[in-house]
Design a protein around this ligand. Structure first.
Ligand SMILES: Cc1ncc(COP(=O)(O)O)c(C=O)c1O
Length: 384
């Protein structure tokens, strides 16, 4: 395509933003610039690329692309979602406090609690589904409010606009981990957030074959700081992984639509099954976050949790599956099913899991793109 796709629709931007045809050859796909360094034209003059930790054209294309999809000023790509979050947290200094939604990804909890507290950062863990809890946790030293919405596996929904208003009144930044819905369904910066985090490992890449992360910032000063830490700490996304994520994003819109159609079939089946005690999915009208999510997102996503009443019942069901893969992670074309208490959230202490309602009988599905009939049959036979 010719020109700037920024004013065009989501799918057009997903396919074209940040990816003009290769200037040297006209290649429609951004090449994998597998190089560590770049020749200078003469002393003091180069083409904008000096050393690949600092800039790489394949990575730059991905960074521009995700920034365009989230409506941000800048994007920065890292070697994993956790590397992106580690970089993000350098916005804070010793003595600063952050208010965090209480059931963030277990690895985020581990980083904040077991690593960053050693460096003098302080955290309060709150149920972010009620903005009043965020407000009540603010301290004079609060510099950041950090939410995932919906959370995994409990599917708590935070009101992003309300959280932004609370954070900003207090002079703090609002960070939203938008991994689960992707910018196709939810764009936190448009709702007032300052920074969006993604594990590109999930829906953005979408094919379970790459680990990566991205930070998208609304303000120039945040983008400049992330670029500085990216080159200083060096946890950059490789050219090949940048290529994979760019390629995955081209089909993000069609994948997310199909993910959600399949999820609706799975949810319908689970809610009618006698062995299933409860189903957590924000798309259900009775879900406490349904109204907020309907307002702030254009879809409900592909993650659903349900409770089978105990560890043994969950184990029996999980061990019998034939189509769904028992594995950590989510957002791939294949349906991934997991037992949060012993897998993704094993690093969250038992008492905290109990307090959250993250039970031993809970199972979480990331619904993939297989035929919905096969997914429902697999659940049927495994629960029989
Ligand atoms: C919501 C969320 N954020 C961040 C991460 C960390 O991403 P990565 O595994 O790419 O480091 C994960 C991983 O599961 C996640 O689910």
């Amino acid at each position: 395509m010719k020109g700037d796709p920024r004013d065009l629709g989501f799918s057009t931007r997903a396919i074209h933003a940040g990816q003009p045809p290769d200037p040297a050859t006209g290649a429609v796909t951004v090449p994998i610039y597998q190089t560590s360094t770049y020749v200078h034209d003469e002393l003091g003059r180069h083409k904008g690329f000096e050393y690949a930790r600092v800039q790489n054209p394949t990575r730059s294309a991905l960074e521009a692309n995700v920034a365009a999809l989230e409506g941000g000023r800048s994007g920065h790509a890292f070697a994993s979602g956790m590397a992106a979050i580690s970089t993000l947290m350098t916005l804070l200094e010793s003595g600063d406090h952050a208010v965090v939604s209480r059931n963030v990804y277990g690895g985020t909890y581990r980083l904040f609690h077991q690593v960053l507290e050693r460096y003098g950062l302080e955290f309060s863990w709150v149920d972010a589904s009620d903005p009043a809890h965020l407000e009540a946790a603010l301290r004079p030293t609060t510099r950041m409010v950090y939410v995932e919405t919906p959370t995994n596996p409990l599917m708590e929904v935070a009101d992003i606009a309300a959280a932004a208003a609370i954070a900003h009144r207090h002079g703090a930044v609002l960070v939203v981990d938008n991994t689960f819905l992707s910018p196709y369904f939810q764009r936190p910066l448009e709702l007032g957030a300052d920074v969006v985090v993604h594990s590109t490992t999930k829906f953005l890449n979408g094919h379970s074959d790459s680990i990566g992360g991205v930070l998208v910032a609304a303000a120039a000063e945040h983008g400049e700081w992330f670029a500085f830490v990216q080159k200083s700490a060096g946890a950059v996304l490789s050219p090949f992984d940048s290529f994979l994520v760019l390629r995955g994003i081209k089909t993000l819109a069609v994948r997310m639509d199909r993910h959600e159609t399949n999820t609706r079939r799975v949810v319908e089946f689970l809610t009618g099954h006698p062995k299933v005690r409860s189903v957590l999915y924000p798309g259900l009208a009775g879900h406490p976050g349904h109204a907020v999510q309907t307002r702030q997102a254009s879809g409900f996503g592909a993650l659903v949790s349900f409770d089978l009443g105990g560890y043994e019942a969950a184990k029996t069901m999980l061990d019998r599956l034939r189509v769904m893969s028992l594995a950590e992670s989510l957002g791939g074309v294949e349906t991934l099913i997991s037992h949060p208490a012993t897998m993704t959230h094993a690093s969250v202490p038992r008492e905290m899991r109990d307090a959250l309602g993250l039970s031993e009988g809970m199972v979480r599905i990331s619904v993939g793109l297989e035929d919905a009939d096969d997914l429902v049959s697999d659940l049927e036979q495994s629960l029989a």
